[in-house]
Ligand binder design. Structure first.
Ligand SMILES: *Cc1c(COP(=O)(O)O)cnc(C)c1O
Length: 375
C-alpha cells in the first residue's frame, strides 16, 4: 500500500453542522418539531417545488410516492435496470411489477425511445433515475407520460443540485425523491425527501410516514395504513445546515471532477473520464470512469482489485438490477438489456467527495495507471 487509504466517499461535516445537531439535542424537541418544518421549507425553496416531505430514507420516499399514486398489485411501472436496487424494489413493496427498459449510452439514464413499446394497459407510471447526477430526458419522458395518462416519478436520489435550464432535479415529474445517506451530495446520516407540486401526493406522504395519521387526527387515531418513516429533528437540523452548504459542495465536486478529467485524459486509450452532459449543470454524485472497448469485465474487476489492494476505495456502479438474484427469480437474465450490460461491465467508480484534495486525485490516478499497465 502506498500512502494513506482514500475512501470511495466521505461525508463533509463541519463545526456548524455539529452545532446544529447539539442545539437540537439541548432543545428537547427531537421529533416532529420545528426543525422538520424548517428543513422541509428549505428544501422546497432550494428545489422550487411547492411541497417537500421529509422521510427516513430515499427508499421510503420512493415507497410513499408509489403508494400516493395508488400503484398496487399487478400494476406495471416502467423503469431502468441501471440503478440502485431501491428504485425497482419500491414497486415490489406494493406487489407492482417493474418493467425494465434499457438505457441511453450517453447519459446512462432510461432511453425514452424504448418506452412506448413497453407500455401496456397495466402501466401506471414511469419511474426514471438521474444516474450519478446526470439528468434523464425528463422533457421527453413527460410528454410520453402525458400522452398515455400515466404518472412520472423522478428518482433524484443521486442528483440533488443538478439542473437543466434553471430547473432543479426532482421537479420534472409528478414527484421527485432525494436521499441523504452519507455518500450523497449532502447527508443527514440516513434520510430522504419527497418534493412535489401536487397537494394530494404531499398529503398522502405526510399521513403515511406517520402511521396513517392526518394532521387533524389525534395521536392515536389512524385514518389509513401507514409506516414509521419519520425523520427526526436531529437529522433535520443537520439537513438544514448541510443544505446551506450545497453551493460549496457542488463547487468543490465540479472542481474535483475537472481534476480527474485532467489526470485521466492521458490514459484515454484504456479508460475514459466520466462524461460531461451537455446542457446540464451537474452536482456530481459519484465519479464513474469507463474502461474502453478494448477491456471487458475481467479487466475491470482486476483494476478494482488493484485499487483496493492499494487502499483506494472504488466500486462497480451499478451491477444491472435485472441480473441481481432477486430479479433473476422474476425471469430476467443475461442479454435482456444489452446497453446496460455493456456499460455496467466497464464502470469504475473512483473516490469522490467534497473533501478530496488535488494530491489525492493525482495519487488515485497514479494507481489507476499502474493498474492499467498490468491488465
Ligand atoms: C441512494 C439511492 C436511493 C435511496 O437510498 P437510501 O439508502 O434508501 O436513502 C434510491 N435510489 C437511488 C438511485 C439511489 O442512489
Amino acid at each position: 500500500m502506498s500512502g494513506n487509504p482514500i475512501p470511495l466517499s466521505s461525508p463533509d461535516i463541519g463545526e456548524d453542522d455539529i452545532r446544529a445537531v447539539t442545539d437540537v439535542l439541548k432543545s428537547g424537541r427531537l421529533s416532529l418539531g420545528p426543525q422538520l418544518q424548517a428543513f422541509e421549507a428549505a428544501m422546497a425553496a432550494y428545489t422550487g417545488a411547492k411541497y417537500a416531505v421529509a422521510v427516513s430514507s430515499g427508499t421510503s420516499a420512493l415507497h410513499l410516492c408509489i403508494r400516493a399514486l395508488g400503484i398496487g398489485e399487478g400494476d406495471e411501472v416502467i423503469t431502468t435496470p441501471f440503478s440502485f436496487i431501491a428504485s425497482a424494489n419500491c414497486m415490489l413493496f406494493e406487489k407492482a411489477v417493474p418493467r425494465f427498459v434499457d438505457i441511453e449510452p450517453a447519459t446512462f439514464c432510461i432511453d425514452p425511445a424504448k418506452i412506448e413499446q413497453a407500455i401496456t394497459k397495466k402501466t401506471k407510471a414511469i419511474l426514471a433515475v438521474d444516474v450519478f447526477g446526470y439528468l434523464a430526458d425528463w422533457e421527453t419522458l413527460g410528454s410520453i407520460a402525458k400522452k398515455h395518462g400515466i404518472a412520472l416519478i423522478e428518482d433524484s436520489c443521486e442528483s440533488l443540485g443538478s439542473a437543466r435550464g434553471g430547473r432543479m432535479a426532482g421537479t420534472f415529474g409528478d414527484c421527485g425523491t432525494f436521499a441523504f445517506y452519507p455518500n450523497k451530495q449532502m447527508t443527514t446520516g440516513e434520510g430522504g425527501m419527497i418534493v412535489t407540486n401536487r397537494e394530494d401526493i404531499a398529503v398522502s406522504a405526510r399521513r403515511e410516514r406517520n402511521q396513517g395519521r392526518d394532521p387533524e387526527n389525534a395521536w392515536l387515531e389512524h385514518k389509513s395504513l401507514g409506516f414509521n418513516y419519520r425523520l427526526s429533528d436531529i437529522q433535520c437540523a443537520l439537513g438544514i445546515s448541510q443544505l446551506k452548504r450545497m453551493p460549496e459542495f457542488i463547487h468543490k465536486r465540479r472542481q474535483i471532477a475537472e481534476w480527474y478529467k485532467e489526470e485521466l485524459e492521458p490514459l484515454n486509450e484504456h479508460i475514459r473520464p466520466a462524461p460531461v452532459q451537455n446542457g446540464v449543470d451537474i452536482s456530481w454524485f459519484v465519479y464513474v470512469a469507463h474502461l474502453t472497448a478494448r477491456h471487458g469485465q475481467k479487466a475491470r474487476d482486476a483494476l478494482l482489485a488493484h485499487l483496493r489492494a492499494h487502499g483506494i476505495g472504488c466500486n462497480n456502479y451499478f451491477p444491472p438490477l435485472h441480473l441481481q438474484p432477486l430479479y433473476r427469480t422474476q425471469g430476467h437474465g443475461e442479454g435482456d438489456f444489452p446497453v446496460t450490460e455493456k456499460i455496467a461491465e466497464r464502470t469504475v467508480a473512483l473516490p469522490f467527495s467534497s473533501r478530496l484534495s488535488r494530491a489525492e486525485v493525482a495519487s488515485v490516478c497514479r494507481i489507476v495507471k499502474d493498474g492499467i499497465l498490468r491488465l
